[in-house]
Design a protein around this ligand. Sequence first.
Ligand SMILES: [Zn+2]
Ligand SMILES: [Zn+2]
Length: 247
Amino acid sequence: MDNTCEACRGQAPADHYLCQACQHSILAWLYEIPHQVRLLRDMLEPTTGPAQRGGTGRAHAPLPVRLDVLDLLGPGHAHVLEDPHGDQTGGVPVSAFLTGWAHYIASDVPTAYRDAHRTVHVLQVSNATAHPRSGTGLPAWCTWHARYLPYTATRPYGTRFHHELEGLLHRLRRLTHTTPRTRTLQAPCPQCQGFWLIEREDELLISCAACPVRLTPEAYTAHRAQVMPALAALALNMITPKPTAAA
Ligand SMILES: [Zn+2]
Ligand SMILES: [Zn+2]
């Protein structure tokens, strides 16, 4: 089996369809979902949006809830795996998405399997439906997916799960007007030399905004240790006043 990560074309571990970086993003998104849903619930009433200037008269009474928000929070059909193009995440509410995928994964989990380290895991599969231990709320389903991710990442549909979960997060963030936190790093890019290396909270790898470079945190630390002392000395030299020549 070719070990190319199907989501980012990076290198995945043996017998995996998702690389460490894409698995890291999935965990970050699962962790973010309960927070995003709390924000959405606060937005459910149309009046809690930003203050609008003017507009005292309305032709119609406003709807009691925001339909675009309700779309994501309400019940709905579990996601449709038959979508041939893999881009149909629209219209599936968060809880239906998580439970639909969990039941699908649970129906595929054998009672025992070996992980990449050849360790045998024995899993409880009850009627091929998923049962989070900590209840049936959204955080419990997110925890369920995080616990099963080591298995999901070894299945061909792992890529599809990554892609759809990313789409769901985009929809949530668009509505809540939130973006993942980013930080521009101190050292220049090892390839284009620009100061464009960016660390993003839901991504394992550090990427350059100007060229295709991607670095692991360890590779960045080593690169920084190599280039920064010389750059710091150069900067210090530029700002230190030169002694004037004796008359
Ligand atoms: Zn990947
Ligand atoms: Zn670069």
